[in-house]
Design a protein around this ligand. Structure first.
Ligand code: SF4
Length: 256
């Protein structure tokens, strides 16, 4: 297993082993069988490395009444925004980043300390785990788009207030309208409530919904997975459902 910065390798290895064993038991297996084809597949680089990025989806034109023509224009307005009480304490705004033509878009809650310092989404401990989740799906970070409901850090990493989410969500909606991803993955309760109006993440995760005609999948936030590694199994099931929805095969290393 490769070394992962910011995550204790031993704990991660134990958690991964627990997840694997739980999955195998749940599937009714108590042995591991590998045929020659599987062994050969394991030696093959994942599609993102072997065959380059997934074929980009040609997005339809954004609505004519959208106030921004480009993602850069959205980011520029966010950088100057004072629409809610989060602006005086931010170091940087965090508009989001990724390809302008994503098949999958990930939406989280709000920046934390690392994100506020760097002006980039999901770069702390939870971000490292999100990157691993994205890579497990066969993508590189640059092949998806990552954003948050709120673009400025709430003090002490508290949950954004409803008024703050309401003030900020037009930016996210604008980004989605420009990006037109095939699937939106809502990471955690706040993103799921803010974008889909759904509460009870444990109940609604793994079920399909739509946001303005785009398929949306709620799942657990990487921060929760750091606290509850056992929930990685459910999250991986959700991400596999996303791959199935967009017609992308499981990477060979995950397909066993
Ligand atoms: S959180 Fe959003 S609405 Fe509030 S100041 Fe930042 S960019 Fe503006």
């Amino acid at each position: 297993m490769s070394k992962t910065p910011f995550i204790d390798p031993f704990s991660e290895a134990i958690a991964a082993l627990e997840d694997y064993v739980a999955f195998e038991v749940e599937e009714g297996r108590n042995t591991v069988e590998m045929d020659p084809a599987t062994i050969a597949a394991l030696a093959t680089p994942p599609p993102s490395a072997a065959a380059g990025p997934a074929t980009p989806v040609s997005p339809p034109a954004p609505p004519a009444d959208l106030p921004w023509a480009t993602l850069e224009a959205v980011a520029a307005e966010i950088a100057a925004c004072t629409h809610c009480g989060l602006h005086p304490t931010r170091t940087n705004t965090v508009p989001g980043e990724g390809t302008p033509h994503p098949e999958v878009m990930f939406v989280g809650e709000a920046p934390g300390a690392d994100e506020d310092a760097q002006g980039r989404p999901f770069v702390g401990r939870a971000g490292k785990l999100l990157t691993k989740m994205i890579q497990a799906m066969g993508f590189q970070r640059e092949e998806v788009f990552i954003a948050n409901i709120c673009k400025c850090r709430p003090p002490d990493n508290r949950k954004p207030e409803p008024a703050e989410m309401e003030a900020c969500i037009p930016y996210l909606k604008g980004q989605i309208a420009l990006l037109r991803p095939r699937v939106i993955v809502c990471l955690g309760a706040t993103a799921t409530e803010g974008l889909l109006g759904l509460t009870g993440i444990s109940r609604v995760r793994g079920t399909w919904h739509t946001f303005e005609g785009i398929d949306a999948m709620p799942t657990f936030h990487p921060s929760y997975l750091l606290r509850k590694p056992g929930a990685k199994h459910d999250t991986w099931a959700d991400l596999k459902a996303v791959l199935e929805r967009i017609g992308r095969p499981l990477p060979p290393t995950a397909a066993k």
